[in-house]
Write a protein that binds this ligand. Structure first.
Ligand code: C2E
Ligand code: CA
Ligand code: CA
Length: 794
């Protein structure tokens, strides 16, 4: 080291040394710039730029050497051998060209290092060929150690210089590369010069062909000029290229920022650039992302491999980072040429919205949106699965179908919001009752269902059904919504005894439910095989009844109501008849309950009211007409207006119309019933309490509601001579009527003994076969147009 230092300080002209270093630095910067330019250029211009780079760098190395030689001033006359000098320049240019070509070989890991080493070797070749061209009057001795050191140092520094000139932080890397290349040339040169020892020898004549030093100076000057020229050209080109690229980058960035997808430009695994959507996806700044490996966010190596193997094909994964961000994304990669080299562009499509929507759809597909319980589709799946499991395990399960009674009233009276709230509260209450292994679902409307697995004993199911019934009895305490007189009916079918498949189980549980409804509601029933036949029959009737009015199958018959004392007919009760083409005459006791349960009674009842009023309006004598009105009609919206409309439409005086209602019409919704009855009464219509004694027989009902008449049920009249209790009840009702000032009419009077009893007990009116059976009005013309007495008195 010291020797090299001494060599520089004592044997060189320091000004020229500095000049050599400057020229060398300039040449190195040019070399690195041009090398970048070669890499950037496309195939057609690559050779041209490679040649320029090789010539500029070769000249630079050569010029440095010869300025260094000029600075080296052995006090001996010296000259340079021309061919060797030219050869040294050729070496410098050629080996640099070869080195650069190797360095830029694509897909070769050590290319840069090897290329740099070749350039370093070129510096050595050039130097020693140049030294061989030196002609002095003396002998030259070489220190082999310095010779080897000079070659190695030159090669090592050049080998580091090229890889150092590429990569991130481009400007700094370029400078580092240029500095290292300068060092490679200078250190090599001065170490090599330290190896030289010249001993003056007058016997040695310098070659006549040798060019004197001043000629060399001109050569060096030309070399320097060439370097400066080439450096200038390279610089201008570089600047223009940068400006063009910056513009292009800006345009590209604007374009990519406008994209909805996150876009990531990767050089191999390293992220080079990202768009705004991607930074938003990670909630990070571009500076924190660029320069890092793609694996930081896509850790799955196999997936990354698949992504680059199947370009253009989408793969899905979770995008994650060390802060715990997890974003479901769809990735798709494309290869592009960027900066003259292949890069990957990876597009990230945010799947969060899609996943949320999918989850929502999945949830909605399996759940009832109102209560959050399983819906019918999900319930069917669960039931199928449970059946399979129980079949394998040889166990029993129970299916309970639940239907609310009186839910429609809550909806009608208090509105749908109250109905919805009640359903939600019921769902919560039921969920609290059933055990974890049971499945509760809302099948639609006011229908629920429960699967009770592993039933060892039907008593278990009974206990569950009781709990559910009890829960509904106390729902008023748990629900914030008005509950009216709501209850639940339950039908139960067992696997495998009742059916071995889902459809069969559901249908049988439904049949049992139908029976529970029929038998009084608010109860549960287990399926029994004979239920099926009855229910099919019932459904058939219901179906046919829908068309009965249109088909003209309905008609009215009229039964006289007469004074007990005189037998004078005061009016008629209109009774409905259904004459079915194949079933024949269907009893009202069969079809009226079906019409009530299906709601058809509203249309049928309106038809009856209109028929009866029209008929009565046409009678010569102003007899009364009693029409039966079902509880559903009385509670229906606009019932009073409907009756009023029919009265004005038919011209019947309101006083001639009597409405017969049973106590059950008062129980469902007393307030509503009271309002309707008051309005009817205000119009002038009479109101009779039908079937008194069979229902609640409540005195308070008689007082609270505006009745004009009490009808004692026929079951008491028919038993007055056989059952003393019946006679006692009849007496009591008659006493009650007297007390309240209400006339009493006895139904079902068939014999003159019954009539005599009633007369003795002070009953004013009677109705029954004794006065006449219910018959078509055509058979009653004498009564409505002339005679005053019914058949008994005739
Ligand atoms: P209800 O209102 O108690 O009608 C009286 C029933 O007793 C009628 O039966 C009638 O035929 C029967 N009856 C009358 N006198 C005697 C008698 O001396 N002996 C016997 N054994 N029976 C007698 P029907 O016509 O079969 O009606 C049965 C029920 O159907 C009625 O009972 C009523 O609740 C209902 N109904 C009939 N027509 C209508 C209607 O238009 N609307 C509504 N809502 N219900 C109706
Ligand atoms: Ca009646
Ligand atoms: Ca009756």
């Amino acid at each position: 080291m010291l020797t090299v230092y001494n060599c520089i300080v004592s044997e060189h002209d320091l000004r020229l040394v500095v000049l050599a270093a400057v020229v060398c630095g300039l040449a190195s910067i040019t070399a690195i710039h041009l090398l970048h330019q070669v890499r950037r250029s496309d195939a057609s211009r690559r050779l041209m730029w490679l040649s320029i780079a090789a010539v500029a760098t070769g000249f630079g190395i050569w010029s440095t050497h010869f300025i260094g030689m000029l600075a080296f001033s052995p006090s001996l006359p010296a000259g340079y051998d021309v061919p060797l000098t030219i050869l040294s320049l050729v070496f410098a240019v050629a080996m640099t060209g070869i080195g650069f070509s190797i360095a830029l070989l694509p897909r070769f890991a050590g290319a840069m290092w090897l290329g740099g080493t070749v350039v370093g070797a070129g510096i050595g070749c050039m130097h020693y060929t140049g030294m061989a061209a030196l002609n002095v009057a003396g002998t030259i001795a070489w220190d082999p150690m310095f010779v080897v050191a000079s070659i190695l140092l030159g090669a090592v520094f050049a080998a580091i210089a090229l890889p150092a000139a590429f990569g991130e932080a481009a400007a700094r890397r370029r400078l580092a590369g240029a500095v290292l290349l300068t060092l490679a040339i200078c250190i090599h040169h001065f170490t090599a010069m330290a190896a030289v020892a010249i001993t003056p020898d007058s016997t040695v004549e310098p070659s006549a062909l040798a060019v004197p030093s001043h000629w060399l100076a001109i050569g060096v000057a030309v070399g320097c000029l060439a370097i400066l020229l080439l450096a200038g050209v390279a610089l201008i080109l570089d600047l223009r290229e940068r400006r063009r690229m910056a513009l292009e980058m800006e345009r590209m960035r604007d374009l990519t920022d406008a994209a909805v997808e996150g876009l990531v430009l990767c050089d191999g695994e390293t992220v080079v650039s990202v768009n705004r959507s991607f930074t938003r996806l990670l909630n990070a700044h571009p500076e924190d992302i660029c320069g890092r490996a793609l694996s930081s966010w896509v850790p799955d190596a196999a997936l990354r491999q698949a992504l680059s193997d199947t370009m253009g094909k989408a793969v899905e994964t979770d995008l994650g980072d060390d802060q715990g961000t997890r974003v479901p994304v769809e990735l798709i990669a494309h290869q592009i040429t960027y900066n003259g080299r292949p890069h990957n562009v990876v597009a990230f499509r945010d799947l969060r919205d899609r996943r949320t929507a999918e989850a929502q759809i999945r949830y909605l597909a399996h759940h009832d949106p109102l209560t959050g319980l399983d819906n019918r589709a999900s319930f069917d799946e669960r039931l199928d699965r449970e059946i399979r499991l129980h079949q394998r395990a040889g166990q029993k399960l129970a299916l309970l179908c639940l239907d609310l009674d009186g839910f429609k009233d809550v909806n009608d009276i208090y509105g749908h919001a109250a109905g919805d709230q009640l359903l939600r509260d019921i769902a919560v209450a039921f969920s609290a009752i059933i055990t974890k292994d049971c499945v509760l679902a809302r099948l639609g409307g006011d229908e629920f269902a429960v699967i009770a697995p592993q039933v060892a004993d039907p008593a278990q199911v009974e206990a569950l059904a009781e709990k559910l019934l009890m829960c509904m009895r106390t729902i008023g305490h748990r629900s914030s919504a008005p509950t009216g007189s709501i209850s639940v009916s339950i039908g139960i079918a067992l696997y495998p005894s009742d059916s071995r498949d889902r459809t069969g189980l559901l249908s049988n549980a439904d049949t049992a439910l139908y029976r529970a409804k029929q038998e009084g509601k608010g109860i549960y029933r287990f399926f029994e095989p004979e239920m099926g036949v009855q229910i099919r029959e019932r459904r058939g009737i219901e179906h046919d009844l829908r068309n009965a009015i249109d088909n003209g199958e309905l008609s009215l018959v009229y039964q006289p109501q007469a004074q007990v004392a005189s037998g004078t007919v005061l009016g008629f009760e209109a009774l409905l008849r259904w004459n079915h083409p194949t079933r024949g005459s269907v009893q009202p006791s069969v079809f009226i309950p079906i019409a009530e349960q299906s709601g058809m009674i509203l249309t049928i009842g309106e038809w009856v009211m209109r028929q009866a009023c029209r008929e009565a309006a046409g009678w010569l004598r102003p007899l009364t007409i009693a029409v039966n009105v079902s509880p559903l009609q009385l509670g229906s919206e606009g019932f009073v207006a409907l009756v009023q409309g029919i009265l004005s439409e038919t011209g019947l005086q309101p006083e001639r119309l009597e409405i017969e209602i049973t106590e059950s019409a008062l129980i469902r919704d007393p307030n509503r019933a009271l309002l309707a009855l008051r309005d009817l009464k205000a119009i002038g219509i009479n109101i009779a309490m039908d079937d008194f004694g069979t229902g609640y027989s409540s005195l308070s009902n008689l007082q609270a509601f505006p009745f004009d008449k009490i009808k004692i049920d026929r079951s008491f009249i028919q038993a007055v001579h056989t059952k003393p209790q019946a006679a006692a009840i009849v007496r009591a009702v008659l006493g009650l009527g007297r007390g309240l000032g209400l006339p009493v009419i006895a139904e079902g009077v068939e014999t003159s003994e019954e009539l005599r009893f009633l007369g003795l007990e002070g009953c004013a009116e009677a109705q029954g076969y004794l006065f006449g059976r219910p018959v078509p009005i055509t058979e009653l013309t004498s009564l409505i147009f002339g005679n005053v007495a019914a058949s008994q008195s005739c």
